[in-house]
Ligand binder design. Structure first.
Ligand SMILES: [Zn+2]
Ligand SMILES: [Zn+2]
Length: 169
């Protein structure tokens, strides 16, 4: 996993540093489906600001994820812009908001942070297109390719030819 060695930066109070890091994002599993980052290696922009007590980390990234549409299971792709901020004050108690869990042994674990940030920025539904009609709940056919409805009623056999005609109209 990608990380940034904070000691190497040697920031003094008031200094700001921009770092570019690449991270490989593992696929996301949502509702039993797999969504993969394209390309797999995602560039991350990290801004590190050394305040008097704490260090402030700002993360920005852009990633494209591809996987099955949640309605029709066809190919879908989603663009995700993620932004996140973390603080690290070594004197803050563990589990405090000022003590980021992503800082371990003076290293910012930016790979796992990026993955979590993308997870939080994902849309609730990943669709091939916003108005995807999905699969027919009755017969399972793709309603985008074959729009249709099933009308539930008993048809008098004498009317069947008329029904067929109506279906063709
Ligand atoms: Zn779809
Ligand atoms: Zn159907």
């Amino acid at each position: 996993m990608s990380s940034i060695d904070l000691r190497r930066l040697g920031l003094r109070s008031g200094e700001v540093r921009q770092e570019q890091v690449e991270a490989e994002l593992d696929p996301f599993l949502l509702g039993g489906q797999r969504y993969e980052a394209h390309p797999e290696t995602v560039p991350l922009d990290v801004e590190i600001t050394q305040a008097s007590g704490a260090t402030v980390f700002d993360l920005r990234l852009h990633v494209r994820l591809a996987g099955p549409c949640m309605r029709c299971l066809g190919f879908s792709e989603v663009e995700v812009d993620a932004k996140a901020r973390e603080f690290y004050d070594p004197s803050a108690p563990a589990a405090d908001a000022l003590r980021s869990d992503y800082v371990v042994d003076d290293r910012l674990e930016v790979g796992s942070w990026a993955r979590d940030a993308v997870g939080l920025a994902l849309p609730e539904q990943i669709l091939c297109r916003p108005d995807c009609a999905g699969l027919c709940p009755v017969c399972g056919k793709d309603l985008n390719a074959e729009p249709h409805e099933h009308i539930e009623r008993d048809v008098d056999p004498r009317w069947a030819p008329l029904e067929e005609l109506r279906d063709r109209l």
